[in-house]
Design a protein around this ligand. Structure first.
Ligand SMILES: Nc1ncnc2c1ncn2[C@@H]1O[C@H](COP(=O)(O)OP(=O)(O)OP(=O)(O)O)[C@@H](O)[C@H]1O
Ligand SMILES: [Mg+2]
Length: 205
């Protein structure tokens, strides 16, 4: 059934996900592979509505479990209505963030029990998982510096530094727990160096 490959790109804010995904999509196009690009939360009509609730700075009082379930609701919509149909048709799918981000942000950042997140992930995803996850790893400081120039911050970006340190550390521990799927890439170097590491990982797919 699944003919295409599913690649996810994750990491803290400013790690370079969007920049590298642009280049990944060009690379796949050059190889004659048709790509569907998407992002989380969002990526579908319903998902983008959920995204605006999640990122709205007015929703400061949102309960962490609500945030977690909205993330998975958006993800379910994306998987069922976009990712699976595309993979079945033979498209490759590249997603800016995926389930690992729920462990990192709601587990690490918000300090929800990782086992509860796992239960929810099993419930929503079953055996469905990416073929390859590129974890772009930079220090929180470097990531923040890179996005400093950007305009207004969203609800999650308003968190303090310690929140993002916890996010990064859960990402790193997941890459150690699932070394076959999650490839940790040092994203502190140049855009081109990072992309060439990514391309060799994609080649092996
Ligand atoms: N390797 C790099 N070295 C220096 N600057 C970079 C590098 N990669 C990306 N940048 C720059 O850093 C900024 C953030 O990059 P980008 O938007 O790709 O990150 P992101 O991970 O998608 O961020 P966000 O989590 O906010 O979506 C951009 O201005 C980009 O041009
Ligand atoms: Mg981005």
């Amino acid at each position: 059934m699944r003919k295409g490959k599913f690649i996810t790109v994750d990491g803290v804010e400013g790690a370079g996900k969007s920049t590298q995904i642009d280049l990944i999509c060009s690379y796949l196009h050059e190889k004659g592979i048709e790509v569907v690009r998407t992002r989380e939360p969002g990526g579908t009509e319903v998902g983008e509505k959920i995204r605006s609730v999640l990122l709205d700075v007015e929703n400061q009082e949102m309960h962490s479990d609500t945030e977690l379930m909205l993330m998975f609701s958006s993800r379910n919509e994306l998987i069922q209505n976009k990712i699976i149909p595309a993979l079945n048709e033979g498209f490759w799918v590249v997603s800016d963030r995926f389930t690992d981000a729920s462990f990192a942000y709601q587990g690490g950042g918000r300090m929800l029990d990782l086992n509860r997140i796992s239960e929810l992930a099993d419930w929503v995803l079953g055996d469905f998982k990416p073929d390859l996850t590129l974890l772009l790893d930079v220090s929180v400081e470097v990531g923040m510096q890179r996005i400093e120039a950007r305009a207004a911050k969203d609800r999650i970006e308003l968190e303090e530094r310690a929140f993002f340190e916890r996010v990064r550390s859960v990402f790193i521990s997941r890459s150690e727990a699932f070394p076959e799927r999650i490839k940790l890439i040092d994203a502190s170097g140049s855009v081109d160096d990072i992309q060439s590491k990514i391309r060799s990982l994609i080649d092996s797919l």
